[in-house]
Structures are given as C-alpha cells and as structure tokens.
Design a protein around this ligand. Structure first.
Ligand SMILES: [Mn+2]
Length: 260
C-alpha cells in the first residue's frame, strides 16, 4: 500500500529537437582548414544516422576575422546552402556586426582591426591601412571592401538570424540575458553577452546553444551548451549533434598550425 507513495521518480526525458537531427557549428573565424574536415565529419554522421527529415546545419556566427580565410568560409557556407543535403541556418555574430558597421562607418575600422578585421579585409583582397589612425586610408579601405564584396556575401551578412529555436533548444551567438523572455532579448545581448549569461544560476526557457566565449573544452551543461573552442588559438573547431537522444560533440582540427 505504501509502495505507491515511494514510487521511484520517472527518469527525466532527454531534451527534444522534435525528432529533428540538428548540428550546430561553433565560431569558425576564418578557419576554412578546420571547417572543411568538420563538415566532412558531420556529413558522414548524418549519412550514418539515416534521419527521417533533412538534417539542420546551424552556424552560431563569427565566420570572419582572426583566421586567414574569412571570405572562403562564407563562400563555403553559401555552397552548402546551394546544395540541399542540409537545411543551413546562419546566426549573426559580433564580428559580422563589425564588418557591417565598417561598411557604414569607415572610422570604425581602427577598432575593428583591433579584434581581427584586417585578416577579413585581406581575405577580400583589400589592403588594410598601414596606420590604424589614418582616417583617409580607412575610408578608402571601406570603399574597397564594398567594391570587393560579392553581392551574395553582402546579402549573407545582412540576412543573418539572431535566434533559432528547435524543440527544447534555442541557438544564439553569445547567449541570453537571464530573467528576460527569449522573445524579448535584445540584439546586443544575443551577440555580445558574456558573464551575466555564463554565470547565471538555474535554467533558461530553453537549453541555450551558443558560441562567442572561447573555452578549451566544449561545455555541455543542463542550461547551456557552449561550442566555441577558439579555433584560431587551439586549432580545434567544435560542433554539437542534437536529436531526441541528447547532445554529442563532434570536432575537427585545423590542417595548418593555428595562427599565433
Ligand atoms: Mn563572438
């Protein structure tokens, strides 16, 4: 009779993607040499998984800056969109915001250069100014970038998403502000937030899958999954595979040594 009172608690169900097979790729930062092998690993995994529906391939942003092949990374993602193996979805990172801001406001170039913008300019064949304070040179560089950017790339940067929700998961670039509903998060928080999000106690409305703050190891936690492993410093690019059985980490290493 008492047995009913002490029934063991049902094991909590694994978080769900609504039956969908989903892959999310961390911050690529111009490292096509790590993206290519990771895409291969994901494609093999997807083939072996025999999903009922076309798998989703989500990128969490920060395609450009720091690594040597920013333009090449965007070109590769556009290629994946043209193919139909995956439903490709792309989030906006703070580095893409910086690129767009530089096109509007050339004087921002000096700031952008401080966090890796010069490598993006170079990847589009634009010579970065020799002196970071040379206003005239930044105006010329901004005009040169506008000219060098293929229309498809500009459209790509302008149409990036801020949040993608799939089942029990929400994918964003940086994180979310604790205590604010997902539907009311600000763009600034979604692409820039760090400590207030990373140290927040408890859970959010959904499990947040994010990049932006590099960690040596991917972080698979009850409240969030961090997949930025700082490829430009570690040489390791990380993705997470999600379905109704839970998360699994997939990684690839850059072929060339990581830039210092
Ligand atoms: Mn970022």
């Amino acid at each position: 009779m008492f047995r009913n009172l002490f029934k063991p608690k049902a094991k909590p169900a694994a978080a769900s993607t609504g039956g969908r097979l989903v892959y999310a790729v961390g911050d690529v930062h111009g490292h096509l040499d790590a993206l290519d092998p990771l895409i291969l690993t994901i494609a093999e995994d997807a083939l072996a998984s025999q999903p009922a529906e076309r798998p989703m391939l989500i990128f969490v942003g920060d395609y450009v800056d720091r690594g040597p092949a920013s333009a090449g990374v965007v070109e590769r993602i556009l290629g994946l969109m043209r193919e139909t193996a995956f439903e490709v979805r792309t989030l906006k990172g703070n580095h893409e915001e910086a690129l767009l801001q530089f096109l509007e406001e050339p004087s921002f170039g000096a700031t952008w250069a401080d966090f890796g913008g010069n490598t993006t300019l170079a990847s589009y064949g634009v010579q970065p100014p020799a002196q970071r304070t040379d206003t005239e040179a930044w105006i010329k560089a901004s005009e040169a970038l506008a000219e060098a950017l293929p229309a498809e790339h500009l459209e790509f940067y302008r149409n990036l998403e801020l949040m993608i929700e799939v089942g029990d998961y929400a994918f964003v670039h940086a994180g979310v502000r604790p205590g604010v509903p997902l539907s009311r998060q600000s763009e600034k928080d979604l692409i820039w937030i760090r400590q207030e999000f990373l140290t927040a106690p408890g859970r959010f409305e959904k499990i947040i899958v994010h990049g932006h703050t590099p960690m040596e190891e991917p972080q698979v936690l009850p409240a969030r999954i961090g997949i930025d492993t700082g490829v430009y410093a570690t040489g390791v690019l990380t993705a997470v595979r999600l379905d109704d059985t839970g998360p699994r980490i997939l990684q690839a290493r850059a072929r060339r040594a990581a830039a210092a």
